[in-house]
Design a protein. Sequence first.
Lengths: 279, 336
Amino acid sequence: MKSPYVPELAIIEDIVEETLANDVKTFRVVFSNEDTRRNFSYRPGQFAEVSVFGLGEAPISITSSPTQVGYLEFAVKKAGVLTTALHQAEKGDCIGVRGPYGNVFPVEIMEGKHLVFIAGGIGLAPLRSLFNYCIDPAHRSQYQTVTMLYGARSPGDLVFKWELEKWGARPDLVQYVTVDRGDGQWPGRVGFVPAMLMDVRPSPEDTVAITCGPPIMIKFVLQNLEQLGFAPEQIVTTLEMRMKCGIGKCGRCNIGSQYVCLDGPVFTYAQLRHMPKEY
Amino acid sequence: MVGFIPEAELDRVLARLAGPYRLYVPVSCAGRVELGEWSPGIRPVLEGRAYGTAKQLFLPRSEELFAFGTHPDGTPRVVQPERDRRPLALFGLRPCDARAIGMLDQVFLGQDPPDDPYRERRQGALLMGLVCSRPGRACFCAQVGGSPAGTAGLDLLFTRIGGGFCVEAVSTAGEAHAAQEDWPAATAAQVAGAREIQQAAAPAAMATPGLAQELEARFEDEVWARLHEKCLGCAACTFFCPTCHCFDVMDAGSYDHGTRLRCWDSCMFPKFTLHASGHNPRLSGKERMRQRVMHKFCYYPLRFGPEACVGCGRCIEVCPVNLDIRAVLAELGGSE
């Protein structure tokens, strides 16, 4: 029997440099084993443990959507040992992937609702899986309006720019993008994401808000959503935590009695409010 | 049925086990009792409890999860290690330590997916417990729902009486083994002697109902700021705890020739929860001490039922600054 700790081998098929500072790259990977390629099934919100052999592994959210068949995408910010090694990888290199792990965004609860996505920086990566899932022709009709509010520190820090353009061009989607600071050429909005949220003022009626970003952004987004009348049950977020095993054994990703790897990473604000503030 | 094994027969009983099983017994090792592999001539220590825990037999301090290397064309290959497939047998296990293994089972086997390396060791293991006739100075099993004659997690329970051991099967696997061994039945007097020892050993149990719920509400309590003050963060308590099971996963070697290892880790270390971004949800000793205590007496019970403490007292004995978990519990309003 195969140990859950043994990863599947996967080849890096494509690498996209997302940011001006080149600190975020998106890796498109394909499993070497044909059966794995066919059978690896995941849902929006889940993550995988990504290995660079010789250096270890790290939990990374799957940023591709299950509607994109045949490959996985991971958007990785260069931060620690493992992600730095990943950033040195080239097309054709082999990495390890095991998963998928964690719970999923409550897509069924979202059905029939307006969706408001609120993301900051690399926080767009986990939301992108859900966003692309919901706007896929196979699912789009199950949701009412779909709005994306996205921001980053500077224009150069916006990730998935090519896709933001694509989304922005779709008549059935609404998109607002802001940056904390412009760069002289930035024609768009300047300001923080929580402030933009108060300008856009989405109605809480029949709406689910999905948010991910730096902790400080999430803190003010939650406050502002409540001010707009969103109930804690209508707000969904996804957390990150240091973890090793991804399967509820290694004992480090808990927040109170909840394991982020098993019970999360997706939590509603209603759940979070009952959890210790230790994340 | 209660069987009886005369003391002189024990050696032969162990010898029969040592073939099909990897048999561990308490042995004297540099003046301390440790669990060691039995071989002919080794006499198990029947007093006191082992300095180290039995968890290391199922969750070793460090183990290889797999090896990796490259094929001649440079592509990686992954090889799972070959392990000794003989099941483990433990003789002379104290009821507290057996109970702790049951708690590890909940985490490693009870939650999907099961932990394969743990399962391989745990499957078919025969746990033979020995009733404690005299509690140690740091023992407090009865305060956390255990008993010196407890049977939780065990297959066979041995009670040492004059001249030998009364043996009782306390699980299906234990019954199967007892049937196979066909020990002669203990006399009524021997059984009565065993019962007397079992009852005498058990102090009045002091359960702590509702402690988990109570602690959950005390996450922000000021008590935590005080409790951790003398803790050095050395993590000895966690390494010697039979229910602590946190581990780290790391690679040794390089891309073309290496191994992925898991090693015991501890929530008492500052880097345990350090994110790559630099953010750390448990920044100071206060948060880390709270995590250790809460995990045992609040988080684990909320998830699995019992408190993740079996009262073996090892953390009390090994702490370099005499932090006593019993005093911590008393301060928190639990048992004393």
